[in-house]
Each structure stands twice: as C-alpha cells, then as structure tokens.
Design a protein around this ligand. Structure first.
Ligand code: BJW
Length: 233
C-alpha cells in the first residue's frame, strides 16, 4: 500500500554534491575544526572570534551553492505526493527552500539567520557577523551569534517532529551519519509507530541495522530514483 504520511530526515550528505562540506569522515569539517571549539556554547564563550570566523566562512560558501538533483526530487515529492510529506533537516543551509520545498523544519537552525543572545530576536542574515555587530532589534552590541543549534542546546520544533513521527507510515533518512541525537533516534520512533523505514546514504550509517530498506550511493542518484518509485502509480 502506498504510504500516506511521510517524514524525511536529511543531513549533510544531501548537500555534499552542492559543494557544502560534511562533518564526519575523510575531508569532513571536524577533521579541520574541533567541534568543542566551534559547535558548543562553551566554545563560543571562550573564543567568539573563532566561532564567528567558522560560520562566516560557511555563510560565504552559501553564495556559491545551488540545490542539487536530490533537493529537487524531494521538492517534487512534496508537490506531487497525495498525502503528507514533512521534511526535517539537520542542515543549516537553505537548499531545500531553494529547490522549492515549502516549509522544511531546520532542527539545527539556519545559517542565513542571526540570533541576539540578549533579546532573543532572530533576523535573516547574509553578511559576516562579528563582536561589533549591533542587534537590529535591541541595539545591544556583542551579543549576536549564528542562529544554529550547538551541542548541549535544544534542537528546534521537537514537539512537531515527534508528533509527525508518531503517525507516519514511511520514514526516510538521507545523507546523515546517524551519530547526533535526537535525530539519530528518529528511526526508532518511526519504527515504534509502525512505519516502514528507509536509509539512503553513501555508506551505511551508525544505525543502518535499524532500517528495513537501504540504498547506498550518491544522493543525486539514489534520491531521485527513490522518489520516482514512490510517485509511480
Ligand atoms: C552522502 C554523500 C552523498 C556524504 N550522498 N550521502 C550521549 C548519548 C546520546 C546523546 C548524547 C550523548 N552525549 C551528548 C549527547 C547529545 C548530543 C549528541 O548527540 N552528541 C553525540 C556526538 C553523541 N546532542 C545534542 O547536544 C543536541 N541537543 C540535545 O540533545 O538536546 C537535548 C534534547 C533532549 C531530548 C530531546 C531533544 C533534545 C544538539 C545537537 C546539535 C548538533 N549541531 C551540529 C552543528 C551545528 C550546525 C552546523 O554547524 O551546521 O549539527 S553538529 C553537526 O552534526 C551538525 C549536523 O546537523 C549534525 C549531524 O551531522 P550529519 O548531517 O549526520 O553529517 P555527517 O557529516 O555526520 O554525515 C554525513 C553523511 O552523509 C555520512 O554518512 C556520509 O556517508 C553521507 N554522504 N556524501 C549521500 N554525496
């Protein structure tokens, strides 16, 4: 029977072929940067300049990045599937939206947004951030930070995500190593709800054995093929 409610989880592997780096594995960002230094609130408190440099560099990468065939295939699935499709992404890039997806949940925040730690206002942001950046909402200086979720912080929209997982009949995990929680636990939630579970990745992830169906290869090849098989009458 065709699935009615689909939840898709995406990770860095989806955007790898758009030129944005992954985190783990050979050539990943964590080879060059210490995650404790650049992706924790403690690291930001110790050395905000280093953290701003890291995210300013990645914000600049966005100017060159375009969505790839896998992002477009998921947007097509959203448009053409007769039931519900919820895209939950761990990625902070805007490539799902650029491909036409309507409202993906950015559970780890967004790179093209800045957050004031003083007044909690967030604003679209495409330029570099620094300690000298004033908050456009409250005017305070020195409190602006990337609007992303670091280790030890609460990911966004968790209630909505768990509600969707509890009633989905298909869960698809794409381009994620399955090492970071709570996202790594979504497959078990979906399985508990009776959903069919599918992994699409370059290599088997940490939690590969939990998935009922698996396809391995480049996202730009296996995602469009999988989407076409779902949309087939
Ligand atoms: C391709 C490909 C191609 C490549 N085609 N595929 C002990 C046990 C359990 C949990 C914890 C624990 N100790 C601490 C925790 C919690 C912690 C955690 O999980 N730590 C682990 C390291 C163990 N988690 C947190 O702190 C989170 N918050 C939290 O838990 O709050 C409490 C809570 C409680 C209850 C409910 C809810 C919450 C916050 C996590 C924040 C993660 N932040 C980062 C950085 C910020 C954003 C940014 O800078 O971009 O988010 S870390 C980084 O990892 C980033 C990513 O979103 C995230 C996941 O990475 P992803 O996407 O999986 O990328 P990779 O590189 O790991 O994998 C890429 C994959 O693609 C690979 O498999 C490749 O094979 C594949 N691939 N090319 C297809 N062409």
């Amino acid at each position: 029977m065709a699935p009615e409610r689909i939840v898709i989880l995406t990770g860095a592997g989806l955007s790898a072929e758009s030129g944005l780096g992954t985190f783990r594995g050979k050539g990943g960002l964590w080879d060059e940067y210490d995650l404790e230094e650049v992706a924790t609130p403690e690291g930001f408190a110790r050395n905000p300049v280093k953290v701003h440099d890291f995210y300013n560099m990645r914000r600049r990468w966005l100017r060159e990045a375009c969505p790839n065939a896998a992002h477009f295939a998921l947007a097509k699935l959203e448009r053409e599937h007769s039931g519900e499709v919820l895209i939950v992404t761990q990625n902070i890039d805007p490539l799902h939206e650029a491909a036409g997806s309507k409202a993906p949940i950015h559970m780890h925040g967004e790179l093209a947004s800045a957050l004031c730690a003083y007044c909690c206002a967030s604003r679209p942001w495409t330029e570099d951030l620094s300690l000298a950046t004033d908050c456009p909402a409250c005017g305070e200086s020195g409190y602006m930070r990337p609007d992303v979720v670091w280790f030890g912080e609460m990911p966004r929209e968790m209630e909505r995500i768990y509600a969707a997982l509890a009633k989905c009949d298909l869960f698809v995990s794409i381009g994620t190593s399955g090492t970071v929680y709570p996202a790594a636990g979504f497959v078990a939630e979906a399985q508990g709800a009776g959903a069919h579970t599918v992994e699409l990745n370059l290599d088997p992830s940490e939690g590969a054995s939990l998935f009922a169906e698996k396809h391995y290869g480049a996202a730009t090849e296996i995602v469009p093929a999988f989407v076409e098989s779902l949309l087939k009458p």
